[in-house]
Design a protein around this ligand. Structure first.
Ligand code: ACO
Length: 383
């Protein structure tokens, strides 16, 4: 085995490597801040709807009143589950992961889009909006069919988040619940060159179409080191044991003991740590406040006990802070989503960021094709 001479240049996992410019979002780990086109995500989460944020991420400015109305009309008109997508979903076994269903649905929607191959900004914006409008129906219907429930048709009188919950549960959610869910959607929408967004940009750099890039991004998001962590967080809570009658303090003590054992066994605990943020994820305080609202609304202090216990123990032992997937896991559980649906919720939101990056990549494209250092056998020949 030989090592080539350029091994000093290897940046494993591309850690610390700046690959390109982006105007879409700015992550500043020193100040724990995240800006979408200059706006702090906390302000957007507090004052905007998901529709306004989607418009901002795609267009660089918040929409005017008329632009928002037109956008909402288009989004609402695109919510119904495509009948072919429904037939394909119905053919998929319920043993497959819901992320496989999302990935397949994105691919089918691309195959059915007559403008799939048109890579103009105008066509890509239309495709992005269509995917954003369509994905909640996919996610909602997939959870329902696994429970033996029928498809719920969308409601045009509801906003994006309220309709998402309506299509999933078939009842109108309380405003507190809609708001907490909407905050999670806004926080998940965009986060610079994370693994799935970079995947979308790599695929786009070959001049492949938008749906191919989104389909690949969904695959990247599935892994537990990325989006799949929100599911793993809830699995941890379940492993520790959720008992709605337990007090905050008792649940906290059990969670602390679990974490101490996990860390002693050198386990990686999902929902903690981040490649970029080393002093805490900018999005966590906002999502934690939304989770607190849900805990109050549902009257579930033991969930807060588990949350606090794990967080405190991890902080004391290793100083590692939670990432966004940590509060979203229990939030989605309280709202009533099944654990395997959590990462598809992330997909529904992140479609906005992925498609914005796809359009930005195309504006100034260069094929993404890094080098590798060969460490296989020296040249040899067949006998
Ligand atoms: N649990 C326990 N230890 C951890 C954790 C964790 N969640 N995260 C990092 N560490 C420790 C590592 O064991 C390592 O310790 P060592 O130096 O003693 O070996 C050190 O911290 C550095 O960890 P790396 O994995 O090398 O850091 P990296 O920047 O590569 O990883 C990552 C970041 C992948 C997110 C990591 O923190 C992790 O695996 N976390 C759990 C998965 C997770 O929650 N992912 C969600 C990411 S955010 C999102 O997608 C919204």
């Amino acid at each position: 085995m030989t090592q080539q001479s350029n091994t000093d240049e290897i940046k494993k996992g591309l850690a610390g490597v700046v690959v390109d410019f982006t105007a879409i979002s700015k992550v500043n780990p020193d100040t724990n801040s995240l800006l979408y086109h200059g706006y702090p995500v906390q302000e957007l989460a507090a004052r905007c709807t998901m529709e306004e944020v989607a418009w901002l991420i795609w267009n660089g400015e918040l929409p005017s009143h008329d632009q928002l109305l037109a956008f909402e009309r288009q989004e609402r008109a695109g919510r119904a589950l495509d009948p072919v997508v429904k037939r394909v979903i119905d053919e998929l076994p319920t043993t497959c992961h819901p992320m496989d269903v999302c990935r397949t649905a994105a691919s089918v929607l691309g195959a059915r889009d007559p403008k799939a191959a048109d890579s103009s900004r105008e066509a890509n914006l239309a495709k992005a909006l269509a995917l954003f409008a369509a994905m909640p129906a996919v996610v909602a219907y997939d959870q329902r069919r696994r429970r033996g429930e029928e498809l719920v048709e969308p409601r045009e009188d509801l906003g994006y988040s309220a309709n998402f919950l309506w299509m999933t549960f078939g009842v109108e959610a309380a405003p507190e619940v809609v708001r907490a869910f909407e905050v999670s959607m806004i926080l998940y929408a965009e986060h610079s060159f994370n693994a799935s967004t970079f995947t979308a940009r790599v695929v786009t750099s070959t001049l492949a179409d938008l749906h191919s890039a989104v389909t690949a991004a969904i695959g990247a998001l599935k892994g537990p080191l990325h989006g799949g962590a929100n599911e793993a967080v809830m699995e941890t809570f379940e492993e520790i044991g959720i008992n709605p009658d337990e007090s905050h303090e008792d649940a906290k003590a059990r969670a602390k003991a679990w974490m101490d054992n996990a860390l002693a066994a050198k386990k990686k605990v999902m929902g903690f740590g981040h490649r970029v943020y080393k002093h805490g994820d900018s999005r966590v305080p906002t999502m934690k406040a939304a989770l607190d609202d849900l805990i109050t609304y549902y009257g579930r202090p033991e969930i807060l006990g588990l949350y606090d216990g794990l967080e405190q123990s991890m902080d004391e032992a290793k100083g590692i802070k939670p990432n966004l997937d940590y509060p979203t896991g229990p939030a989605y559980h309280l709202i009533g989503f099944d654990i395997p649906t959590f990462t598809p919720l992330f997909v529904a939101s992140r479609i906005v960021g992925w498609t914005a990056h796809i359009m930005e990549q195309l504006e100034n494209n260069s094929l993404i094709r890094p080098l590798s250092a060969y460490n296989g056998p020296d040249e040899r020949h067949l006998d």
